[in-house]
Structure formats: C-alpha cells, structure tokens
Design a protein around this ligand. Sequence first.
Ligand code: CA
Length: 240
Amino acid sequence: MMLEMGRPSAESGALVLLIEDDPQIRRFLRATLPGSNYRLIEAATAQEGLRIVGLQHPDLIILDLGLPDVDGVEVARQLREWTLIPILVLSARDQEHDKIAALDAGADDYLTKPFGTGELLARMRVALRHAVQALPNNEEPVYTLRGLRVDFGYRQVFVDEREIHLTPIEYKLLTVLIKYAGKVVTRDRLLKEVWGPSYTNEIQYLRVYMGHLRQKLEADPTRPQYLLTEAGVGYRLKAD
Ligand code: CA
C-alpha cells in the first residue's frame, strides 16, 4: 500500500484507490495508471478499502463488486453514508439489474470487464470532473469569508492572499465546516464526514486537527475568528 499523501488535483496526480481482489486487474492498473499521471493505492478486500478511504481520502475509487468479504454494492452504500468521493464500478457483472443496483447504491459510473484502457481512463476523467463540480457550491468553486479564500477546484487555501498548505485531513475538515458555514457542526458529524463512520468516538483526533487548522488559519489561534468552539457540542465556522 502506498502511503504517499499529496496534492490531488482533478486529473493530474489524482490519488486513485482500487478495491479489487483480482491480482491480474490490480497488476494491469498498477502498470497503466502511473503512466497517465495517477497515483494508485490498492485494497484486496472491502474492509481494507473502507479503512483506506477514511485514512487517505482518495480522489476516486475504482470498485469491484465481487469482493471476498463484503459485496461491492454494499461498499458503495456504506461510502455514500459519509463521502462524495466518486466511485467507478469495474465489474464482470454485466446485467442491467446489477448496474442499477450499484448506481442506486451510490456509484457514479459502471464499466464491465473486460474493458478497454482508453475507455477506463476517459471515464475516470469524467468522474473526477464531476466531483469537482459537485463541491459545496456548484456555480462558484471558490469560497471566501473575510480574509479566507478556498479554491475547491485547485484545493488551494489562502489567508490574506498568502497560500496556506493544509494536509488532506485538515483540508477535508475545513471543507466540511464550510459546507455548514455559520451552523454548529457536532463532533459526531465532523468525525463521520472527515474520518468515516467508525471514528465517531475519536474526539481527540478532532481536537488535534482543529488545533492544527487554527494554527494555520487564525491570526491568533487562542482567539479564533473563523473556527469557533461550541462547548460540549462541536465547532462552527463563523460566517458573516
Ligand atoms: Ca472480484
């Protein structure tokens, strides 16, 4: 498993998680994707895949349906409870009802095996493009609040025109707060949307990462102007 975490943009250098138990397909994509400037992480089981999504926040998930532990349709359903990361199903199941089940569960697209490399790459590009458009505000891929500016398309964050480098988790945390700007977001919801549903007890994670985010975004982290604590409940991005 590759542990690299880096700058993910829509199509160049995007981090792709392949959840697939077939070693031939894994080998094939391992040989193909880096040449198209994708970074690849692999999981051979549904459980491992779900865990990696929570830890590494890939930009795109390629999901097999016939997995050894949990069916891929169920994996898509579980992912959609907390994340909008695009899911491209890659499966030997070619019946219409299989495709409908996967799409209804939350998959964005469906490609049947055997597949052509060109078509796979084209569908990956489409899925990544749609994901950028699906970010908090459709029309406006940039969020501004006083001196804070977040460009969702390029995943860049600025404070007073100075670019701030956030880790993937910090960025995700910020985007969730922006999604609910002005509203109190409970600790449970933040943990679920940032780390995944199995992390809702990890309040300490949240404190640590909120601290990092304040260090990076606030002029005085002890008297935050953006990231407010709602004692005993959660956090709130102070909107105008
Ligand atoms: Ca399989």
